[in-house]
Design a protein around this ligand. Sequence first.
Ligand code: UDP
Length: 371
Amino acid sequence: ASVAVVLGTRPELVKLAPLIHELGEATRLVHTGQHWDEAMSGRFLRDLGLPRPELLTGVGGRPRAGQIAQSLGQLDAAFADDRPAAVVVQGDTNATLAGALAANARGIPLVHVEAGLRSFDRAMPEEHNRVMVDHVSDLLCAATPENAANLRAESLDGQRIAVTGNTVVEVVRHRLPDAPARAALLTRHGVAPDGYVLATVHRPENTDTPEALGAVLAELDRIARAGTPVLFPMHPRTRAAVERFALDRLLDRLAVTEPVGYAEFLGLARHAALLVSDSGGVQEECTVLGRPLLVVRRSTERPEAVDAGFAALVRPGAELGGLARAWLADRTERLARLAATPSPYGDGLASARIARLTAELAGRPVAALAA
Ligand code: UDP
């Protein structure tokens, strides 16, 4: 195969799935093992219709430099054995950076999907990963005109930049379960359409201190006590933090589950009265699903959902609670308005555009890539 797609985490699998399908036989899928959990990842691959990737030795849990160094060394060896015509990376993880550096070191053309995101928050390692990857990429696939403007503001050559839309639009459309399956899903979780909150938290800013995590969980607990069910698929990092800080009591009224598969998550998100999350991907998915989202973060590299009226940034305590109550109270008008608001993330053809541009960069048509 001629195009190596390098990834290492759940959101990268989600966003790259439609592109991997577009590239078809041409793809060589390489997973760095940054977040590889046999049970969770197998189900995720099935949900996304993806083949099993070439799995490098897991680097999860190690400090950032060690992860990047180990993946870089392994990717370099893999590319030396079988040189790809192009390398594709997505987003801002340590796997993204390792993939980019490995391509750069061997002079292999590099494509960055979701280029040009900026939080301007230098406390986030992801911000540094994004900037470094953008600056060594040969093709910068910006999801929105704002993302392209961020790249031009850093003097990146306009010829390397293409506004493609975000692949999240097509992945949500393809993977959202149909209406009968969604109805069965809601029944299984014991919730009614527009009648519950779906929450996820896992970012260090919300899980590294008992104050922050306690403040998020206390507000979710309050919502549940006031009578709105709160579904809470809990990330392993969050579960560990709850135990470490002895916050278990705040989970008593929440419907806590293991992380759910992608189709299940979309099905649940589609009918939630309110989403509460610190995830990057959920900030995009909410615009395709037409659901309101409170983003529990200090800053966001994705202002589009906020600007279009789908989302608001909130601090973990009273601000989260206050806005959650307000948005639940006026949900009827809000849901009607959002259902009529187009997603700022494009038309659902991003992956077809990116596949064509990748093939051009690799010097052959998509259909001939595998040859
Ligand atoms: N997600 C999922 N199951 C869950 C929680 C999240 O499938 O239980 C999906 C979610 O829809 C999103 C992705 O996982 O597409 C987000 O991953 P994560 O929050 O780990 O990363 P981020 O988006 O913050 O980079």
